[in-house]
Design a protein around this ligand. Structure first.
Ligand SMILES: Nc1nc2c(c(=O)[nH]1)N=C([C@H](O)[C@H](O)COP(=O)(O)OP(=O)(O)OP(=O)(O)O)CN2
Ligand SMILES: [Zn+2]
Length: 118
């Protein structure tokens, strides 16, 4: 079974590798939404895969690194696309919990899902 928990952070970014004519080459901000998924067996006694509270404990410090920042200044996020942000979060989180995928939404209509594979 797969469970998920949602988080959000507010940050500014620009996409430096785009031509000046592209609007996203200019400084702008988003309320990014991050959804963390965990896949596993349901513990027969507890009735859950993993405590949502334990997910929050692992994810919160990572979200705090991103919240109210200029993302381009963060190591590894010099080109902060949704793709690069989702991989950046996944690679930090997999060190501390069994994340199965990360979804990052930049707007209501656009986002990226990263499962640990290119
Ligand atoms: N594959 C990607 N494409 C784009 C990314 C990205 O990270 N990966 N990022 C952007 C911009 O950062 C932009 O802020 C978001 O793009 P977009 O969905 O085009 O934003 P809109 O506000 O124009 O969305 P609408 O809902 O269509 O109004 C661009 N592309
Ligand atoms: Zn953007």
């Amino acid at each position: 079974m797969e469970i998920y928990k949602e988080f959000s952070f507010d940050s500014a970014h620009r996409l430096p590798n785009l031509p000046d004519s592209h609007k996203c080459s200019r400084l702008h901000g988003h309320t990014f939404k991050v959804t963390v998924y965990v896949q596993g067996d349901v513990d027969p006694q507890l009735g859950w895969v993993l405590d949502f509270g334990d997910i929050k404990e692992c994810v919160k410090p990572i979200i705090d690194e991103l919240d109210h920042r200029y993302l381009n200044d963060i190591d590894g996020l010099e080109n902060p696309t949704s793709e690069n942000i989702s991989r950046w979060i996944f690679e930090k989180l997999i060190l501390v919990m069994p994340v199965s995928k990360i979804m990052v939404n930049e707007t209501c209509t656009s986002g990226c899902i990263y499962t640990g594979h290119p």
